[in-house]
Design a protein around this ligand. Structure first.
Ligand code: SF4
Ligand code: SF4
Length: 80
């Protein structure tokens, strides 16, 4: 049997910048930044948010459920 490197399971968070910047409901307050207990998001100066610490995501899906623009995608990643 051939033994390969262990597979690592991680998380990835993506924010669609076009959808986010179109939202007029929460964009000015960047609610997802406050909502995330893991500190994944940072506000970008002047516009939008960025999932800077995507790897810390614990998959609670609060941001995904909240975002009125449906701009946030949270998913598993597999690395061999
Ligand atoms: S909750 Fe959605 S629309 Fe609001 S700042 Fe975050 S990504 Fe943008
Ligand atoms: S799913 Fe939860 S932990 Fe992950 S980025 Fe969204 S609010 Fe943060």
């Amino acid at each position: 049997m051939e033994v390969g490197p262990a597979t690592t399971v991680g998380t990835e968070v993506y924010v669609d910048p076009d959808l986010c910047s179109r939202s007029r409901h929460c964009h000015a307050k960047h609610r997802c930044v406050d909502l995330c207990s893991m500190g994944v998001f940072v506000s970008i100066k002047g516009d939008g948010v960025y999932p800077e610490k995507s790897q810390l995501c614990c998959m609670c899906f609060l941001c995904n459920d909240f975002c009125p623009a449906h701009a946030i995608t949270v998913r598993w990643t597999l690395r061999a």
